[in-house]
Ligand binder design. Structure first.
Ligand code: F6R
Length: 612
């Protein structure tokens, strides 16, 4: 949510800033801006409403701005509508300090009123401008930029990642972080800050993750980091081991299409290293045997699609572990006075590892004595670093705002953890354990087989893309999978859709089914296939148009009743959602394509939700 980048070095900064912002545009795309310091022109600020391309055209790809110190921002508006004035960077009244910000300053009104009483004039509606003005105020007091930043940070409440430049410090880039991600990149021709490694991987793989409360001062050939008491901090360096091409479209029209196609490989990478001699081996999980045996309850907390993974996993884990599993939206969990104690395991699922609600919920669980295990995709992210244990999904960078491969890898990793715990608890029969594990290893090939022929889904999308409202219905694992199918469709195609437990339809919602209403009926969970069929008959009798999803062995039966049928390969019933979700992703993708939507950057959304 909002992407920030900064560069100080021996090369022109503007093209580097634009390139980095382009790779982070998924974080926010309602406006963009840069500030570049030049010998002759001083601080040059260019910012504009709209996509990054508008900014790039405005400054001719960066050629208009000389100087090798700069900051850039791509915005997802929180305070103040997306317009030229509210776009970042924000500049202090005397024009000498510019900053970009990701996060929210919670006490900005109070600070703004205070500064206005001192005669400061504001131009924007943002919380960020307050920080620019406050910086100038403290700088005028102490005439030392680092000290001014320290004073300012002590007064602001909320979350932030800042990139700051000051006309009086022509060679220094200052950064600070609290509860919003920020990394430092150490390059040959200069140093960087960025919200995400994707922005700078082209220039360097050598990075350090800033921690809460830290302030960094970067020059072309030095990086100094300080804690909140201004004591120097020695940062550990990490090396990014994926290639820049992993964050490029590679010939696909959209990142989402590429990422859907990458799922077999992502699942293979997530699963294979964790199966040895027919057993699940989780080297990074350090749960003592006694703790596992004494577990009283399990929570899964997450947001959005990651929450949907939790809903699928609840069905699977309760079968395997015979322990209560409660799945709670992170935004609800944190304020719910949750019943967590030392015998509670709290699983936290997050692709980005930066979702603010998920992080806050995790901290609340820890505060109450719970043990936290994070399932995260982004290495070194805040949630990964704060959890008691972390298991990574090896999906690689996910750029499209709508998640696909992260969802799939989270799901298989949850399956593996479920099996692992069930074995420790002795709650899974050996033949069931073996059957699930061997099917799990076959998932990538089966998924690939399905992905090789997606023509029928394209055809169904062209048939149904004009529907204004869609219902996804299913029972048990199919219901859980339907939640994700429905979210995918609504977020990228803007079609209103709902996921319903089929058995619940009769209790009200069936009144909305009328002639021609599109119902996506999910019948992939073999033990309840007959029930799924009855629900198809039920909605057909009310005039619904039914697009059914089932498995290859039930295709014939389903085709007799449904108007259109998609069939996925058969796997173990508990793993079936891993295959079933793929056509739902593709259906959403092709429908959005037909409707001419901006698939990778849907309106109002951003990939990493670092505000509450
Ligand atoms: C939907 C989607 C979101 C995320 C949610 C949580 O396609 O991507 O619903 O799943 O914002 O994000 P993470 O997993 O990064 O915590």
């Amino acid at each position: 949510m909002c992407g920030i980048i900064g560069f100080v070095g021996k090369e022109p900064a503007a093209p580097i800033l634009l390139d980095g912002l382009a790779r982070m545009e998924y974080r926010g795309y309602d406006s963009a801006g840069v500030a570049v310091r030049s010998e002759t022109a001083g601080l040059q600020i260019r910012k504009t409403k709209g996509r990054l391309q508008v900014l790039s055209d405005l400054i001719h790809g960066g050629a208009d701005l000389d100087g090798s110190l700069g900051i850039g921002h791509t915005r997802w508006a929180t305070h103040g509508e997306p317009n030229d004035i509210n776009a970042h960077p924000h500049v202090s009244e005397n024009g000498r300090i510019a900053l970009v910000h990701n996060g929210i300053i919670e006490n900005y009104m109070e600070l703004k009123e205070h500064l206005m009483r001192q005669g400061v004039h504001f131009t924007s509606d943002t919380d960020t401008e307050v920080v620019a003005q406050l910086l100038e105020f403290h700088y005028n007091e102490c005439h030392n930029m680092l000290e001014a930043v320290g004073r300012c940070l002590r007064r602001i409440e909320g979350s932030y990642a800042f990139g700051i430049i000051c006309a009086d410090y022509p060679n220094a880039l200052i950064a600070a972080r609290k509860d919003s991600p920020l990394i430092i990149g150490y390059g040959k021709n200069g140093n960087f800050i960025a919200s995400d490694v994707t922005a700078i991987i082209k220039y360097t793989r050598d990075v350090a993750y800033m921690d809460d409360g830290e302030i960094a001062v970067l020059t072309a050939d030095s990086v100094d980091v300080f804690d909140d008491e201004m004591s120097p901090v020695e940062k550990a360096h990490s090396t990014i081991d994926w290639d820049v091409s992993a964050a490029e479209k590679g010939g696909y029209a959209h990142f989402m299409a590429k990422e859907i196609m990458e799922q077999p490989e992502a699942i293979r990478k997530t699963v294979s290293p964790r199966i040895r001699d027919g057993r699940v081996v989780l080297d990074d999980l350090h749960l003592p045997e006694e703790y596992v045996r004494g577990l009283s309850r399990i929570f899964v907390i997450a947001c959005g699609s990651s929450y949907h993974v939790g809903v699928v996993s609840k069905y699977i884990w309760e079968k395997l572990l015979r322990r209560p599993v409660e799945v709670v939206l992170a935004s609800e969990f944190r304020y719910s006075d949750p019943l967590v104690d030392e015998r509670t395991l709290v699983i936290v699922i997050s692709q980005s590892g930066e979702t603010l609600d998920t992080m806050a919920a995790m901290r609340e669980a820890k505060r109450r004595g719970g043990r936290t295990l994070a399932i995260v995709n982004v290495v070194g992210s805040s949630i990964a670093r704060e959890a008691d244990d972390v298991l990574y999904t090896w999906a690689g960078p996910e750029i499209a705002v709508a998640t696909t491969k992260a969802y799939s890898t989270q799901l298989v990793l949850m399956d593996l953890v479920g099996l692992y715990l069930a074995e420790k608890l002795g709650t899974v029969a050996e033949d069931e354990y073996e059957a699930i594990l061997s099917e799990m290893q076959l998932l990538p090939d089966k998924m690939q087989r399905f992905l090789d022929h997606t023509e029928d889904i394209q055809y169904f999308a062209s048939r149904y893309f004009n529907h204004g409202s869609v219902f996804f219905i299913g029972r048990n694992l199919d219901y859980a999978m339907g939640l994700e199918g429905s979210l995918k469709l609504k977020e990228i195609s803007y079609i209103h859709s709902e996921a319903y437990a089929s058995g619940e339809l009769k209790h009200g919602t069936i009144s909305l089914i009328e002639s021609g209403t599109l119902v996506v009926a999910l019948g992939t969970y073999a033990p309840l296939f007959d029930k799924a069929m009855s629900n198809v008959v039920e909605v057909k009798a009310r005039g619904a148009e039914v697009l059914a999803l089932t498995t290859e062995d039930f295709r014939e039966k389903m085709e007799k009743t449904a108007d259109a049928t998609i069939a996925v390969p058969v796997t173990h019933p508990l793993l079936q959602p891993s295959l079933g979700v793929v056509p739902l992703q593709l259906f959403a993708y092709y429908v959005a394509l037909q409707r001419g939507c901006d698939i990778d950057k849907p309106r109002n959304l951003a990939k990493s939700v670092t505000v509450e």
